[in-house]
Design a protein around this ligand. Structure first.
Ligand code: ARG
Length: 275
């Protein structure tokens, strides 16, 4: 990867985004997205990130891969390496060869997990400090998280996801800095909630706002970009010294995604202290 001296994020334009299959409870082919609004909303997110100083890299959209727009799932980026996704649902498995080519062309070294393991990239694997938190059960496997921890030599805390509406970890958990994270308590079992309580500043998100994907936020320094309609969280963010930026993303909620899903940080998440 060439010099990353600004926050750098991968996005994929929504040219072929659509609700073509149903692999989570938000998706219904009878509630299609509006392609023109999808484009406007995607551009809105893109432009907020650019305004915040982000170097946005683009990957070419591919016809027949409507969820390729959700670059968070392409893989887990760690330094100059990427652990590529191994999607649970066949509908998304066609994305990985395209992701692999993109990363290799950009100069990353790519790795595949052992074939029996499902793993959905940064959608389910998020660093907070030097610990990797790994969401499992719905999409990724707990053993995929342990495999990653061994490769990276870091502590791994697997978190069981108990509500299909919050099927990826990034729908219910968002590290903001090494000591601070957002979370939606009801998406986790008791054990996971206890494990999360090790994070010193844990900000709970109200159920109404969790359903607007408030936790699916993009963090750029002390700035947090999220979907509109989350006033309680915006107030809490301000209290904790973060500046919220809301931008409408409801066309992507129809596929079960929002701001964070549409992005993949290529130079390390703000909250991560990589081992
Ligand atoms: N329709 C996509 C899926 O169900 C949405 C992916 C959202 N991505 C995320 N990182 N949460 O796989």
């Amino acid at each position: 990867m060439d010099e990353l001296n600004r926050p750098t994020i991968l996005m994929c334009p929504p040219d072929f985004y659509g609700i073509e299959y149903e692999i989570n409870p938000w998706m219904s082919r009878s509630t299609p997205n509006d392609p023109a609004r999808s484009r406007v909303q995607w551009l809105g997110l893109h432009d907020v990130l650019v305004t915040l100083g982000v170097d946005v890299r683009l990957m070419e959209p591919v016809k027949g891969l409507p969820d390729l727009v959700f670059t968070a799932n392409a893989g887990l980026v760690w330094k100059d390496k990427v652990f590529l996704a191994s999607f649970r649902h066949s509908a998304r498995q066609g994305e990985t060869p395209w992701d692999e080519v993109w990363f290799q062309t950009a100069g990353f070294e790519t790795f595949l997990l052992p074939s029996q393991l499902n793993f959905e990239g940064a959608g389910d694997a998020l660093f907070c400090g030097d610990t990797l938190y790994g969401g499992y059960l719905v999409r990724s496997d707990a053993s995929a998280m342990q495999w990653l921890g061994t490769r990276m030599g870091c502590r791994v805390i697997p978190l069981q996801l108990v509500d299909d509406h919050f099927y990826h970890l990034d729908t219910c958990f968002c590290p903001l800095d090494a000591q601070t994270a957002l979370y939606f308590p009801a998406a986790f079992d008791d054990y996971a909630r206890r494990a999360l309580s090790q994070i010193p500043n844990l900000i709970p998100v109200h159920p109404d706002e969790a359903s607007r994907f408030a936790c699916n936020a993009v963090v750029v320094g002390r700035h947090v970009v999220l979907n509109t309609g989350c006033p309680r969280l915006e107030a809490d963010l301000s209290l904790h010294g973060f500046t919220p930026h809301s931008t409408p993303l409801d066309e992507f909620l129809k596929a079960g995604g929002s701001a964070k899903c549409l992005t993949l940080r290529l130079d390390g998440e703000e909250a991560a202290i990589w081992p």
